[in-house]
Design a protein around this ligand. Structure first.
Ligand SMILES: Cc1cc2nc3c(=O)[nH]c(=O)nc-3n(C[C@H](O)[C@H](O)[C@H](O)COP(=O)(O)OP(=O)(O)OC[C@H]3O[C@@H](n4cnc5c(N)ncnc54)[C@H](O)[C@@H]3O)c2cc1C
Length: 457
């Protein structure tokens, strides 16, 4: 079996000094969790409020999902826009969708402020879909997008499929008919498994390196207002009516507000001294999945791209799919290749506390990915593909597939920016900006990301 070895962590500086919490501390805002959600929350809290901010990370900065993902910058909700409309109504769903799309500007803002020059690619990405059901589902999403005034996705359908004449008139103007070979070319595949392709703005970034670089920037620009403590797990959080106490092992932290950016959950115990139990509800709201990925290097002779392949024709919300990203990648200093990374297989975990990044990469997951690669993308027979990287990471899923952002209704001393739901880079940045609004006392408009009063089921 191979190790859990991520290409994103491979590119992090290995020699940075790390500090654990070494004294008791009093702080305005304590952020628990040092992934991209934690760093975005810190960035915006420092930029738009006068608070002192500290991040507490149980292991190392950016070594959670942020260091074990596919690194696609993408704005879709895995559950589909139509399902958001069903749950929240058109205008609230549209505001939520737009907020995630607008997080591209937040990414720009963070890049510009921090003067980052780490690679970031933007391009139109694609999703190959394989059944009439899926095509109609995406047309319905697009119809709602049109109705809500959102930019539409491009949907190209193979003119030869037998259901073309069944497409309702309502969807006119929302798709085009193309030759099957156009679909194959866009999806870079020789198979005719896919009947349509949905395209929209995407990109890719090493989100671990991004997080690391933004942390460096915050330490430089706010030496008195920002601190990062690594190897500092917060075991227990006690919520009082106007502050919180955090149990950081040998030392205690008193904080005016606490922002949980822990992706999942299980490593922290919450006691709410002002009212009803939050712990049980909180744990109920989230479940876990481990996602598995493999990556290999090839010649730098193709443009960056991100493509999802829905090989399974179902439209259930948790339909598994493969996602492929290709981008320029410096493996050794100064030597550029393309890195092709592929994810797709995942397993649910009841008790995420039992998940460990130290676990090896199961051979069967490498096989599933290799079978996909050889059938769909890299079909040259007998080609040796050396999976230099094989990695896994934890994803926290909320029941409705929407990130939780904002104050805990039972005690607003506690705020959340968590729940990765498969796509978490842009939503984390949006979450960070919103958290700063809450911390700054702004009136924040109701949204799909609000933490529900009660466990929805
Ligand atoms: C296989 C995989 C593929 C993915 N692909 C994509 C993709 O292509 N595009 C996309 O947008 N998103 C993707 N995601 C999701 C995305 O990576 C995350 O949503 C995103 O990185 C947000 O991370 P986060 O900061 O919320 O969580 P994390 O990066 O997991 O950070 C949470 C941190 O909290 C720390 N922590 C937890 N408990 C405690 C505690 N008690 N005390 C102190 N620290 C604690 C953890 O150690 C961890 O570092 C993927 C995720 C996985 C696993």
């Amino acid at each position: 079996m191979k190790k859990n070895r991520s290409p994103w962590l491979h590119q992090l500086p290995q020699d940075r000094e790390r500090h654990a919490l070494a004294t008791d501390l009093s702080i305005d805002v304590a952020i628990v969790g040092g992934g991209i959600a934690g760093i975005a929350s810190a960035f915006y809290a420092l930029k738009y409020t006068n608070s002192n901010v500290a991040i507490f990370e149980r292991f190392k900065l950016a070594h959670g999902a942020t260091g074990h993902n596919a690194g696609q910058i993408t704005s879709y909700f895995e559950c589909g826009f139509a399902r958001l409309v069903d749950e929240f109504g058109l205008s609230k769903a549209a505001r939520g969708q737009k907020a995630v799309e607008d997080a591209w500007h937040l990414l720009d803002e963070m890049y510009t402020d921090a003067g980052l020059d780490i690679p970031l690619s933007r391009f139109v990405g694609h999703a190959g879909i394989s059944s009439q059901e899926q095509v109609f589902f995406h047309l319905m999403n697009n119809q709602f997008r049109r109705e809500a005034g959102l930019a539409q996705e491009s949907i190209r359908i193979a003119s030869t499929v037998d259901f073309v004449s069944n497409i309702p008139d309502l969807y006119k103007g929302l798709y085009s008919l193309v030759l099957p070979e156009d679909i194959r070319n866009i999806l870079e595949t020789a198979t005719d498994d896919f009947v349509a392709v949905v395209s929209y703005q995407k990109g890719c970034v090493n989100s671990a390196l991004f997080t690391e670089e933004v942390a460096k920037y915050l330490s430089r620009v706010y030496p008195k207002r920002f601190a990062l403590y690594e190897h500092t797990p917060i075991h227990k959080l006690v919520l009082k009516h106007d502050h919180a106490l955090l149990d950081g092992g040998e030392h205690e932290v008193r904080a005016g507000r606490v922002v949980l950016c822990t992706n999942g959950f299980e490593h922290i115990h919450i006691l709410n001294e002002t009212g009803l139990d939050i712990d049980a509800k909180y744990h109920h709201l989230l479940s876990g999945k481990i996602g598995y990925m493999s990556g290999y290097l090839e010649k730098l002779d193709k443009e960056p791209i991100a493509i999802s392949y829905f090989t399974n024709p179902s439209i259930v919300a948790d339909n598994p799919y493969f996602y492929l990203t290709r981008r320029g990648y410096e493996y050794e200093k100064g030597v550029e290749h393309n890195l092709v990374s592929v994810g797709g297989p995942d397993v649910s975990v009841e008790e995420t506390a039992n998940y460990s990044l130290e676990e090896d990469f199961p051979d069967e997951m490498e096989e599933v990915i290799d079978t996909f690669v050889r059938r769909i993308y890299n079909v040259e027979p007998n080609k040796t593909i050396d999976y230099l990287f094989t990695w896994h990471g934890l994803m926290g899923y909320t029941k409705n597939g929407v990130r939780l952002i904002g104050p805990e209704p039972k005690n607003p001393v506690l705020l959340y920016n968590l729940g990765c739901n498969g796509v978490g880079i842009l939503p984390s940045l949006h979450g960070g900006r919103e958290i700063a609004r809450h911390l700054g006392g702004e009136q924040v408009q109701e949204s799909i990301f609000d933490v529900p009063e009660r466990d929805p089921g």
